[in-house]
Design a protein. Structure first.
Length: 208
């Protein structure tokens, strides 16, 4: 199987205590070519991504502590993406189920305010203290426009066969693309006492 349009007379990754070198000989017109509006990186050495794809979150758990009826409690998760892939990237988020207690009581996902309802697909306004549930908002780099104005959404619930939704996505390369996810939970006076939890999963995918 020949994946490339020329054959090399020599290649390798020689190294020592003081250097690492990637080398390929026998290529036709390798190098960096640029002009107004474009750059061409020709040759096998440019297969190596200039910006390796990485995804980071700043915490692996969120603890809201004791909840107060009618007072929305919030916490944040910082997301960071480095992306050098030509086709961009996407980060999706999902939950395994609604917040659930050891006694099997649940805090349902928010539907946001009645005047501007939300789902796992569509964002809405959530400012009323009498609107209960669990949801999130996004701000920062490469965040979907639907979150503008501080709007909220539900997490896609995998137990209900809902499709994970993008919380960050972009088509341009870049370093240090950062966004903030604000998680919010608000309970009514009839909510059963208990310790509630669920699992959030983030999937970051480069596109080539």
């Amino acid at each position: 199987q020949i994946d490339w349009p020329n054959l090399n007379m020599g290649a390798g990754l020689p190294d020592s205590n003081s250097y690492n070198l990637g080398v390929t000989t026998g290529q036709i017109a390798p190098g960096l070519y640029s002009s107004a509006g474009y750059k061409v990186r020709a040759g096998f050495q440019y297969i190596h991504s200039i910006i390796p794809f990485t995804f980071k979150i700043d915490k692996i758990s969120v603890d809201f502590g004791s909840l107060t009826v009618g007072v929305g409690s919030t916490d944040t998760i910082a997301l960071e993406v480095n992306c050098g892939s030509a086709g961009g990237y996407s980060v999706t988020a999902q939950e395994n189920n609604s917040l659930t207690s050891t006694a099997a009581s649940t805090i349902l996902d928010t539907t946001c305010d009645p005047s501007d309802a939300c789902t796992e697909v569509d964002a809405g306004t959530w400012t009323s203290n009498s609107t209960y549930g669990f949801g999130f908002s996004m701000s920062g780099a490469d965040v979907p426009n639907e979150f503008s104005g501080g709007k909220y959404k539900q997490y896609a619930d995998i137990s209900g066969a809902e499709t994970p939704q993008a919380v960050m996505s972009g088509t341009n390369v870049g370093i240090g693309k950062t966004a903030s996810m604000t998680l919010k939970v608000n309970v009514s006076g009839t909510q059963a006492a208990g310790v509630y939890e669920n699992i959030l999963t983030f999937i970051a995918t480069p596109t080539y």
